[in-house]
Design a protein around this ligand. Structure first.
Ligand code: 5GP
Length: 124
């Protein structure tokens, strides 16, 4: 795919401990932390620890172990936050911006978890 990874991006710096973060969960291959500018009552980001620019990069080049860890961590974080469907009224939205057309701001794959109340309709 030929993605080049900028190791000075803000999430790379968080992973190196150069910038503080409010960690929600950490696993062997993934880190979940609170978004600095929340857009919902619950707004958490989940990132792989590996150097992947976006979802396409991750899906094509990450190991099976990284993909399983990341996928399970997103689900675990939602359960830990008490927003997994099943609890009355609960639910969440997952979002991953990839590339310029989606206005991806930070060039390290991240999945947004939005929750904590009735969310508005999806905005295109
Ligand atoms: P994107 O637009 O790339 O999908 O989203 C990037 C997200 O990263 C934004 O929601 C923004 O608030 C968040 N963000 C940017 N810089 C930092 C930071 O230094 N710390 C944390 N916790 N979140 C950040």
């Amino acid at each position: 795919m030929g993605y080049s990874y900028d190791d000075q991006n803000v999430f790379a710096r968080i992973l190196r401990g150069e910038i503080p973060n409010k960690t929600v969960m950490e696993t062997e291959h993934s880190l979940a932390f609170e978004d600095i500018n929340p857009q919902a009552p619950v707004h958490v980001l989940v990132i792989p620890k590996g150097a992947y620019v976006n979802y396409d990069h991750f899906a094509t080049e990450a190991s099976d172990a990284e993909i399983v860890d990341f996928t399970r961590t997103v689900g675990e974080v939602c359960r830990k936050l008490g927003v997994a469907p099943g609890a009355e009224g609960a639910g969440y939205r997952l979002l991953a911006n990839a590339g310029a057309d989606a206005n991806q701001e930070v060039p390290h794959l991240h999945v947004h978890i939005f929750a904590g109340g009735r969310l508005g309709p999806m905005i295109m």
